[in-house]
Design a protein around this ligand. Structure first.
Ligand code: XBP
Ligand code: MG
Length: 231
């Protein structure tokens, strides 16, 4: 089947955003009077739990404490607002090759989608800051965070993107940075290219169609289609 669409993960794939997430989490903990501070080393482990609210809940449990759902939602809303402010200040760029790949895919008639664990406001902030436009104008389909019952590594968010695209998995190619993301995409039946990011460089990506440092080597659609056809 011909390649018809590219489906991108966001955090770690489109851009190295997790350090901004980590800063926003830590500033929110301070604002809430929590004596929590997530170091880089802490966060590498914490990231195995996908979803910011789930991550907060898991951390509280590791301290034998629990924060009520209302407080977790309130804390996460503050974090999301802070994340958007930091991203909109322009501190993060797209990873190498992403802008060219998106432009070339569009110029070659491929459709574009996002399938991410983060929430829609974070996607909008990142695309506005790095691509200068509305995320809904750059991508045909956006499937994000709380729109699905089970987050990555469950396949739900990629299945939602496929449903909204109206395409079979066999005509699409996924791009991810993490093992949780790879498992999610493969669970949805998608061939997946992995570009490990700062926080996932130590992970194994069995089953990936390719594992690349970044996507600058794959900006030519002909090369992408050849790799896809050989899968
Ligand atoms: C990575 C995640 C997200 C972010 C934080 O998402 O697991 O939880 O770390 O964002 P992706 P939220 O699937 O794009 O790699 O706090 O909004 O969850
Ligand atoms: Mg990711």
């Amino acid at each position: 089947m011909p390649l018809e669409a590219l489906i991108f993960d966001v955090d770690g794939t489109l851009a190295e955003t997790e350090e901004v997430h980590r800063q926003a989490f830590n500033e929110s903990f301070f604002t809430f009077g929590l004596d929590w501070h997530w170091s880089v080393a802490d966060y590498r482990t914490l990231l195995k739990t996908t979803g910011g609210k789930e991550r907060i809940r898991a951390h509280a449990a590791s301290l034998d404490t629990s924060l009520g759902d209302d407080l977790i939602w309130e804390l996460h809303s503050l974090k999301t607002a802070r994340y958007g402010e930091i991203i909109e200040s322009g501190v993060v760029d797209l990873r190498p090759g992403i802008a060219e790949l998106v432009a070339n895919a569009r110029a070659n008639g491929l459709r574009l989608a996002v399938a991410t664990t983060t929430n829609r406001p974070n996607v909008d902030a990142l695309i506005r800051a790095t691509m200068g436009g509305d995320a809904g104008a750059v991508f045909d389909v956006i499937a994000a965070g709380d729109e699905v019952g089970a987050k990555k590594p469950a396949p739900d968010v990629f299945l939602l993107a496929l449903k909204r695209l109206g395409l079979e998995a066999g005509t699409c190619l996924a791009f991810e940075d993490s093992l949780n993301g790879l498992r999610s995409a493969m669970g949805a039946g998608l061939n997946t290219i992995v570009t490990p990011s700062r926080y996932t460089s130590d992970e194994e990506f069995e089953g990936a169609l390719a594992v690349l440092d970044d996507l600058h080597a794959l900006t030519r659609i002909e090369d992408l289609k050849s790799m896809f056809a050989a899968a």
